[in-house]
Design a protein around this ligand. Structure first.
Ligand code: GRF
Length: 233
């Protein structure tokens, strides 16, 4: 995907960034993108949503906002849709929607390297940990068990290796006494709701540029990647 020709910033910067969002669950992050798009705070157009679950509340959120939805359910009539079939349908949908950016927001299927490498736009994923720490599932529980003092969320480029692509941005908080996995999840989700639109704004404005190598545009005035928000409450 990241070859010499990839440039995420639209030629005409007055045009909104075309985004497709992949979801599996509640879609609270999708809702934040819808709200910031509708308020005019974020120069994006969500051109489509793909869900791999028929019961995802994210579908309702998208439909309420008149955003086209493709439901590619991983189970229909008790039969499991294999990842290859899912990816074939998703590719057709992406080709029709022509996004500038694909956002995985709570999307819970592991995608193949073929799909990732041939996607029509760069793909980013929201992950609930301070990567490279705590890749994979149950991050909040594992953070508590390990007695960590800090936790947070990351947005990274999607590559064939799970949760291992370049980290673009992170938001961090302090783990407080008597914290539980549930309380951490709630607090981290609040961070996610700030980090995702902030990151997409940086991309849409061309401040973060995904080309053959990821870079910040203003090398002298911005820190090196990942850009980090520290929210201490
Ligand atoms: C988020 O907490 C994200 O970190 C995780 O899945 C959750 C999705 O939440 N991967 P939502 O569907 O956006 O509400």
């Amino acid at each position: 995907m990241l070859n010499d020709t990839i440039q995420i910033v639209p030629d005409d910067s007055s045009k909104p960034l075309r985004i497709v969002v992949l979801v599996s669950g509640s879609g609270s992050n999708l809702q934040v993108l819808i709200d910031t798009m509708q308020s005019g705070a974020l120069p994006i157009e969500i051109v489509g949503v793909i869900s791999n679950r028929a019961d995802a509340y994210a579908i309702t959120r998208a439909k309420d906002a008149n955003i086209p939805v493709a439901v590619l359910s991983h189970i229909t009539n008790g039969k499991r849709m294999g990842i290859k079939t899912f990816e074939r349908h998703a590719s057709t949908q992406l080709a029709a929607w022509q996004p500038d950016l694909i956002v995985l927001a709570g999307f819970m299927r592991v995608l193949s390297s073929d799909f990732i490498n041939n996607a029509p736009a760069p793909m980013i994923n929201l992950h609930p940990s301070l990567l490279p720490a705590y890749k994979g599932l149950n991050t909040h529980q594992r953070v508590i068990q390990a007695g960590e003092h800090h936790h947070g969320c990351s947005i990274h480029l999607v590559t064939a290796e799970l949760d291992a692509g370049t980290v673009l941005t992170q938001a961090m908080l302090k783990v407080v006494p008597n914290e539980t996995a549930d309380s951490l999840k709630t607090r981290v989700q609040k961070l996610e709701h700030q980090l995702l639109p902030w990151t997409i704004l940086l991309l849409a404005k061309g401040i973060l540029v995904i080309e053959n190598t990821l870079s910040t545009k203003y090398h002298n005035s911005l820190p090196t990647l990942p850009l980090t928000l520290f929210i201490d409450k």
